[in-house]
Design a protein around this ligand. Structure first.
Ligand code: C2O
Ligand code: CU
Length: 484
């Protein structure tokens, strides 16, 4: 279908600034941040935790004093947080309380195809099914979301996403903030009508003027004078964040999509595009009480989307594990986490299996068809675009062929974490290289990624994670087959 509007080819500031403030009547930093509840298992065995979730339409307060129709997991917008530990399986029984099919995908996870939430493998309305997650991978900030064929864009937009935080012994060994100082921040853009209801127009990225953090508009967050671990998750369909702190102080980025960086990186600004994650440490220990610091999106196309979260620094005493210093905050540097490597991080050769095959995928908007296509084709569930022998390592060359239209894309592969080798012939910086499951593609970019397909067999999607593009067919499939 040609629901792709012409609006998407005009990413100009002038156009964006013509749109009015939204949502009407909510002053910046007037509502408190909320933290989605951590879901409790319904039962546990020696090696697995079992959860029940229910997908349903729910009316709840997103904007102060207004009931908004949303879609939720267990009545929470965004969904509840799951906490998992490497080596313990998680089994989630999802009940579909919607009137149409639904699927749930655990983004970034290495799972059997039967639990992947493939768009063509839905839960019928009124039915439930169990997804089984082995959690046999490194600690990482993962997230789950709906993936229903042709509806993932709208479903996720209306609320069907949540955080899934996987820990492991390395995570627990590192002197990182825990408990209330370990905070998932799910960020996404939205458009509300004058009655406070969510408006979904496919691909209408210029006209989604509100940013929600954990489901609240431009909230404030009362923090203590402590070190915080913030897990930035971009749950937007289309919004491309470039985060910075209003004080100009840096973040210490410790993890990317699939887990810890080998060496943490001091970052002034961090790009987090749809579906990407960045874990950062932010240090409020020496900030005077009463200070307000904004988390900003310097890539915002309009003024009212620039400041997205305000930290209000209170008091708080001393941090129990003072061995972490962020060099440019405190002048320190005697820090294993900063100076050294993450223990247990795979040696370089583990990431450089012998490459047996190179493939090329070209992403572009086909204006004639009104479709986003990969190698000139829209998604066809009966077609396999890459048949991969189990255990092999491949390089995929990904091309964003939309330089003329100025359209960005991303590429996300299910099942694997990959390494971004280079971008337009230049090596990708380490903090954007590994471990990744989603890669940014600026207009005209040629990016090479390398992945090893040595876990599960079966058919998995790969797609642009601008979900409005994926929904309009920028998706293919690879199939991992037994080694001959
Ligand atoms: Cu975030 Cu196909 O997924
Ligand atoms: Cu795209």
């Amino acid at each position: 279908g040609s629901v792709v509007g012409a609006a998407l080819v005009f990413p100009t500031k002038q156009l964006a600034s013509a749109f009015s403030d939204d949502p009407p009547g909510v002053p910046p930093f007037s509502v408190p941040l909320s933290i989605p509840p951590v879901l409790k298992p319904t039962r546990s065995t020696a090696d697995a935790d079992f959860y029940d979730m229910r997908i349903a339409e729910t009316e709840l307060e997103v904007l102060p004093g207004i009931r908004t129709k949303t879609l939720t997991f267990n009545g929470s917008f965004p969904g509840p947080t799951l906490r998992a530990r490497r080596g313990r399986a998680v089994v989630v029984r999802q009940f579909n309380g919607l009137s149409g099919p639904a699927t749930v995908h655990l983004h970034g996870a290495d799972v059997p195809a039967s639990s992947d939430g493939h768009p063509m493998d839905p839960i019928a309305p009124g039915q439930s099914r169990e997804y089984r997650y082995p959690n046999d991978q490194r600690a990482a900030t993962l997230w789950y979301h709906d993936h229903t064929h042709h509806f993932e864009g709208e479903r996720v937009y209306r609320g069907l996403s949540g955080a899934y935080l996987l820990s492991d012994p390395v995570d627990e060994l590192l002197p990182l903030p825990t408990g209330e100082f370990d905070v998932p921040l799910m960020l996404r853009d939205a458009k509300f009508d004058s009655k406070g209801q969510l408006v979904f127009v496919p691909d209408d990225f210029l006209n989604r003027p509100t940013v929600l953090v954990n489901g609240r508009p431009q909230p404030y967050f009362e923090v203590k004078r402590k070190l915080y671990r913030l897990r930035l998750i971009n749950g937007s369909n289309l919004e491309m964040f470039k985060f910075r702190l209003s004080t100009g102080a840096p973040f210490l980025q410790i993890a990317s999509d699939g887990g810890f960086l080998r060496v943490p990186a001091v970052r002034q600004e961090i790009d987090v595009w749809p579906a990407e994650r960045a874990e950062v440490l932010v240090d409020f220990r020496s900030v005077p009480p009463g200070t307000a610091i904004a988390l900003q999106n310097v890539a915002a196309l309009s003024e009212n989307k620039r400041d997205i979260l305000q930290f209000r620094v209170g008091d708080g005493g001393s941090w129990a594990k003072p061995e972490i210093a962020i060099p440019s905050w405190s002048g320190g540097g005697r820090v294993p986490l900063v100076r050294g490597q993450v223990p247990g991080w795979p040696a370089n050769n583990a990431l450089r299996g012998r490459v047996t095959r190179t493939r090329r995928f070209v992403l572009r908007l086909d204006l004639a068809k009104g479709q986003f296509v990969i190698n000139d084709q829209g998604f066809d569930p009966d077609r396999v675009d890459a048949t991969i022998e189990h255990g092999s390592t491949e390089i995929w060359e990904i091309v964003n062929d939309d330089a003329a239209l100025g359209i960005q894309h991303t590429l996300h592969l299910h099942l694997v974490q990959f390494r971004v080798l280079d971008r337009n012939g230049k090596p990708e910086p380490a903090h954007d290289s590994y471990p990744k499951d989603t890669v940014r593609l600026f207009p005209g970019d040629v990016v090479r990624i390398q992945a090893t397909f040595d876990s599960h067999l079966g058919r998995y999607p790969f797609h642009c994670h601008f979900l409005d593009h994926a929904t309009h067919s920028m998706m293919g499939q690879f199939e991992v087959v037994p080694k001959r």
